[in-house]
Design a protein around this ligand. Structure first.
Ligand code: ADP
Ligand code: ZN
Length: 632
């Protein structure tokens, strides 16, 4: 049997939490989940990214192994990350390993023997691996010996086509239940929309599993959605003033754009790399490793990057293009601030984003009509979030079925946007589109309609005689950006649609009638004003940080900052020696607490969150020495 850093032979979950992981309290529903699974119950765990899902299966794995049940099999979609996950467990003193296609036959055989000797607590494997005859044989042998303790299916939404990372290999995981009905199973995911959840339960045959649904709130993340004016410049200013020297992810839609933005950031002296599916697998792996291992790296990526990235100190996630839906947005932004320290989710979006996303759905040749309808509904919900004036968090959580109060930590709470009564402007625009359509028998695009409204006699306007219409020049009082705002919000509110199959022309939708008749009023976000307020807020905030520190370091005093610097340098060396990311040795939050409290004894050090028994024994003396260096 393995020798865990635990004092009792029958440890409780709380013993394991403290002694192995160095934490004093369970978070949210962790304790209830752990207890249920330790008892052999099946569980479906829905918890936001960063909520602490890993401990929900790692602690039962340890407790059940100590009680003689054998190994826990963790099914995880990303081979690339298994190495680091196993590394983190090993650092904490937990016997763990992974089986994947990078291993030689001999290595796999050695592991299999270890398993049959009951020497491992956790085994990670990819879903395609689980279905190989060899693996099934191994599982059967373990089961026969009573050494198959638990199956934990991570990122379980991958089983559903309604989720955003569908993986066909996940479908066959239902076999686990059929073959080993008495082995407890748990499925974990951060994707919680109703459709995906139902589908997941059916596909994995988890109808009888107990469901644990956490609050999806991530209070340390500040949500900001701003109007796109000059995305590149906006991003640069955001990174320079808010996140100097900090790690972050920038999402863009196309590979070309990813390359451009990464280059732009580098030219501005920011450590940045590009990541997309067009790069070869080896280069992608290298870049991902650097992102995980080096401090303060910005990854500019398409959504190909990120699933399972469990780097805890990502300080911001920026979207330069709008995602497809709220699930995607929430999953992506959730990669910020897993360590619980302040982090930013920042997005710029504009009319073109709305048009592009609609077009991608409308023109998809593979999707069925049913699928398209679902996707349109999901996009609409995201647009409503972006255009909305109420608390972003209230809207986001509301989408996942959770009620909440205004948060005080999003742009709309911090700088309530002014609204203006756009009923008149909306009527003008809708009636202009209507008249043009009537007069010419065909529809026109946004640029042409705005020219008519603003009374610009362009060649095209004159050619079609649209300068003779009663609506010509009736909107000269508003500037083009304001009309753009009106247009975007009319599209977001489903009063207008952009027809991608007919040269992006504008078409009225049935709900437009109410506005035209004056029965419905339209209140819109005052974009220009809020942008200005945004600048003021950001300006004053960055002024506080005179020495251009990142948002987390900004609150430490000089002595603590110095200690933190030394501790980070020490950690980088250790991480390099062990070939592991720095956060696997100690989290930023742990180093930060050490730097702040400057403990002088091992006893004092052991009280710091994240300092487990094994780590204290391995690194405690060194940490005290590094910490004290400056004061001698
Ligand atoms: P998820 O998989 O749900 O995204 P993780 O399991 O990676 O989240 O946990 C997020 C972070 O929170 C990790 O750094 C983890 O060590 C930390 N964490 C989890 N549970 C606790 C706890 N009870 N106390 C303190 N930190 C915790
Ligand atoms: Zn808010």
């Amino acid at each position: 049997m393995s020798s865990l850093p635990i004092s009792s032979s029958q440890p409780t979950p709380l013993d394991v939490l403290g002694q192995v992981f160095g934490y004093s309290d369970f978070r949210g529903p962790q304790q209830a989940i752990v207890e249920h699974v330790v008892q052999g119950g099946d569980a479906l765990v829905l918890m936001p990214t960063g909520g602490g899902k890993s401990l929900c299966y790692q602690i039962p794995a340890i407790v059940r192994q100590q009680a003689g049940h054998g190994v826990t099999i963790v099914i995880s979609p990303l081979i690339a990350l298994m190495h680091d996950q196993v590394g983190a467990l090993t650092e904490a003193g937990v016997p763990a390993a992974f089986l994947n296609s990078t291993q030689t036959y001999e290595e796999s055989s050695a592991l299999e023997k270890q398993l049959l000797r009951n020497e491992l607590t956790l085994l990670y494997a990819a879903p395609e691996r689980i279905n190989t005859p060899r693996m099934r044989g191994l599982l059967a042998s373990l089961h026969e010996r009573g050494l198959l303790s638990l199956f934990a299916i991570d990122e379980a939404h991958c089983v559903s086509q309604w989720g955003h990372d569908f993986r066909p290999e996940y479908r066959s995981l239902s076999l686990l239940h059929e073959t080993f009905p008495d082995v407890p199973r748990m499925a974990l995911t951060a994707t919680a929309d109703h459709l995906t959840r139902q589908d997941m339960i059916e596909r994995l045959k988890l109808e009888d599993a107990r469901q644990f649904v956490s609050s999806f709130d991530r209070p340390n993340i500040r949500y900001t959605i701003v109007e796109k004016t000059d995305a590149t410049r906006q991003l640069l200013r955001f990174v320079q003033t808010e996140h100097h020297g900090e790690a972050g992810i920038v999402y863009c839609q196309s590979r070309k754009r990813v390359e451009e933005i990464a280059g732009m950031l580098e030219d501005a002296g920011i450590k940045a790399m590009a990541y997309h599916a067009g790069l070869d697998a080896k280069l992608r792996q290298q870049r991902q490793d650097r992102f995980l291992r080096e401090d303060g790296m910005v990854m500019v990526a398409t959504i190909a990057f990120g699933m399972g990235i469990d780097k805890p100190d990502v300080r911001f996630v920026a979207h330069l293009d709008m995602p497809k839906n709220i699930e995607g947005y929430y999953q992506e932004t959730g990669r910020a601030g897993r360590d619980g320290l302040p982090a930013d989710a920042w997005m710029v979006y504009g009319l073109q984003d709305v048009v592009n996303q609609r077009r991608m759905i409308d023109t998809s040749e593979v999707a069925s009509e049913e699928f398209k309808a679902v996707m349109r509904g999901k996009l609409d919900a995201l647009l409503t979030l972006a255009e909305g004036t109420r608390c972003r968090r209230v809207s986001l959580l509301g989408y996942f079925g959770e009620a909440s109060e205004p948060c005080g930590n999003c742009d709309n709470c911090l700088t309530p946007p002014a609204v203006w009564d756009a009923t008149e402007a909306a009527r003008k625009m809708l009636s202009c589109i209507y008249r043009v359509q009537q007069a010419s028998g065909i529809s026109f695009g946004a640029g042409h309609i705005m020219d008519i409204l603003r009374g610009k006699p362009t060649e095209k306007v004159v050619q079609y005689g649209h300068d003779q219409l009663s609506t010509f020049g009736i909107g000269a009082d508003l500037a083009e950006p304001q009309w753009r705002g009106v247009l975007r919000q009319l599209i977001a509110s489903n009063l207008l649609r952009v027809n991608a199959e007919a040269f992006n022309t504008l078409q009225l939708l049935p709900d437009a009638r109410g506005v035209l008749k004056g029965e419905v009023s339209v209140l819109l976000r005052q974009q220009a004003a809020s942008t200005k307020a945004e600048r003021t807020r950001r300006g004053s905030k960055s002024a506080v940080k005179t020495s251009a520190k990142g948002m987390v370091e900004a609150t430490l005093n000089a002595g603590a900052l110095e200690r933190l610097g030394r501790l980070k340098a020490w950690r980088a060396e250790v991480a390099k020696e062990h070939n592991l990311p720095a956060f696997v040795i100690f989290h930023d939050a742990t180093l930060r607490a050490i730097a702040e409290q400057a403990p002088q004894t091992l006893q004092a050090l052991s009280g710091i969150s994240g300092m487990g028994v094994k780590k204290l024994a391995a690194y405690g003396a060194e940490v005290l020495r590094v910490c004290a260096q400056g004061s001698s």
